[in-house]
Ligand binder design. Structure first.
Ligand code: NAD
Length: 480
């Protein structure tokens, strides 16, 4: 059985303990590879390698770093088919999605930051007193990057690329649930000639590897994407150590559908924004608010379209919905469907596990599920389910829609459907979210700030925000 290895000091290595964890294929429920069960000792080795590499990596020119990151991007694209198949097998997502979104986007992340660093300028402030200030932006040192399972390579590269581009060395931990594409990335980095120790990837459990990164005295900056509870735990450890922190956390995103929207365009996109990647994208809209004048029509049309989604083998090109990422996660999602029923929710479609064992797929498939009849304060509408489950709810006025949208502890993203320009601006302004899409969803310009408010996180990724995060500004004031 294939063993995934750590990538430390430029080499693929066994974990110090020699212990491995099972890596399960979500579509079959079978173990198909082994993951290093690393611990603090592996993290210490990785930090040592990163510290050794830092003096020379931080002094390479932007051009030199750009060339290497660009090469990594090209190698990701050259291996698109293999990476997409691996990502799909490891995560359960349709291979078509991995091939069209996850892997190209990972390549794009490296390409984007390879060029962004060339344009990253520092400020200068002239004073009438006869002095000039300029801001030096220096790499910080060893950055810790911790990422989740839902968009494995896409989110892993979203952190690593800006950290490396700005001259830091990195100790990174992918999710133990989906480690395979990070392992393949380490092979690509070796092939691309990334200097030894610049990037180190340590596989294993959150409470061992993740916690060791968070607690490590030699890691002054941490970029984390994952659940809100884990984010709070990381903040608790890192804050007294005065670490620089970026936390991209959970969401409970609203989709606001007004009766003046372009209906057909909206319907098509809202099916996707609700169920892409089996609803396991932090940006998926899970609370659909529909203006009452079109509620009944929407309900019929939406349920009809959702029922057309094909749940099946992630490897098949015509599959729309693959497997959920793990048995544990599937059980959590099914539990929430039961909670919704006890809260008075009516299941309009879906609601059940899908048994594909006759096709040799004994894994974790769930029907895309639409629920109505719930109020906004119930658990189903307040807690992040992170699966193929959405609720629909009517509203009368714009004010009501805004109030309902903002009525959770999360504030990551919203999507708004209206053709009215004034309403667009009014609503977008009042939504307490980090990101608002209007008449679209998941349209991403990598230059824009990305992140949430409230329990959805602290800080922003993307574009120059990420390069600012991974550098320390120092003001130099010169009197002349
Ligand atoms: P998670 O918090 O369980 O795990 C995320 C990562 O943190 C994993 O690598 C895990 O091993 C590690 N980890 C766990 N415990 C840790 C600890 N004590 N110290 C340090 N690291 C630890 O999240 P998940 O289940 O992998 O991912 C799903 C969550 O991620 C959802 O809540 C989703 O909304 C969120 N997410 C947010 C964004 C965003 O950009 N805001 C993007 C994707 C996913």
């Amino acid at each position: 059985m294939e063993k995934i290895l750590n990538y430390i000091g430029g080499k693929l290595q066994e974990p110090v303990s020699g212990n491995y964890l099972d890596n399960v294929e979500p579509a079959t429920g079978q173990v198909y590879s082994l993951i290093p069960d690393s611990n603090k000792e592996d993290v210490d080795l990785a930090v040592k390698a990163a510290k050794q590499a830092f003096p020379s990596w931080s002094k390479t020119t932007k051009d030199e770093r750009s060339v290497i990151l660009y090469r990594i991007s090209e190698l990701i694209l050259a291996n698109l088919g293999e990476l997409a198949a691996a990502e799909s097998r490891d995560n359960g997502k349709p291979v078509s999605l991995a091939k069209s979104v996850d892997i190209p986007r990972a390549a794009h992340n490296f390409r984007f930051f390879a060029t962004a660093i060339l344009h990253f300028a520092s400020e200068s402030h002239h004073m009438e007193e006869g002095a000039i200030n300029y801001t030096l932006k220096s790499p910080i040192g060893v950055a810790g990057c911790i990422s989740p399972w839902n968009l494995p390579l896409y989110l892993f590269s979203w952190k690593i690329a800006p950290a490396l581009a700005s001259g830091n060395c990195v100790v990174a931990k992918p999710s133990e649930i989906t480690p395979m594409s990070a392992y393949l990335l380490s092979k690509i980095c070796i092939e691309a000639g990334l200097p030894i120790g610049v990037l180190n990837i340590v596989h294993g459990l959150g409470h061992k590897v993740g916690a060791s990164i968070t607690e490590h005295k030699e890691i002054p900056v941490i970029s984390f994407t994952g659940g809100t509870t884990t984010g709070a735990q990381i903040a608790k450890v890192a804050a007294p150590m005065f670490k620089k922190l970026s936390l991209e956390l959970g969401g409970k995103n609203p989709t606001l559908i007004f009766d003046d929207c372009n209906y057909n365009k909206m319907l098509k996109t809202v099916v996707r924004s609700s169920f892409a990647n089996q609803g396991q994208i932090c940006l998926c809209g899970s609370r659909l608010l529909i203006q009452s004048s079109i509620y009944e029509k929407f309900k019929i049309d939406f349920v009809r379209e959702v029922q057309k989604l094909k749940v099946g083998n992630p490897k098949s090109p015509d599959t729309n919905q693959g497997a959920l990422v793990s048995k544990l996660h599937m059980e959590k999602v099914l539990d929430y469907i039961e909670i919704a029923k006890t809260e008075g929710g009516k299941i309009l479609c879906g609601g059940n596990q899908v048994d594909l064992s006759k096709e040799g797929l004994g894994g974790y498939f769930v029907e895309p599920t639409v629920i109505e009849g719930l109020n906004m304060s119930c658990r189903t509408n307040q807690e992040e389910i992170f699966g193929p489950v959405v609720t629909i709810m009517p509203f009368e006025t714009e004010e009501e829609a805004i109030g309902l949208s903002n009525a959770t502890s999360y504030g990551l993203a919203a999507s708004v459907w209206t053709e009215n320009v004034s309403r667009t601006n009014r609503v977008a302004d009042q939504l307490h979210m980090g990101i608002v899409w209007v008449n679209c969803w998941l349209l991403r310009d990598l230059r824009t700030p990305f992140g949430g408010v409230k329990n959805s996180g602290v800080g922003r990724e993307g574009g120059f925000e990420a390069l600012r995060f991974f550098t320390e500004p120092k003001n130099i004031c010169i009197k002349y």
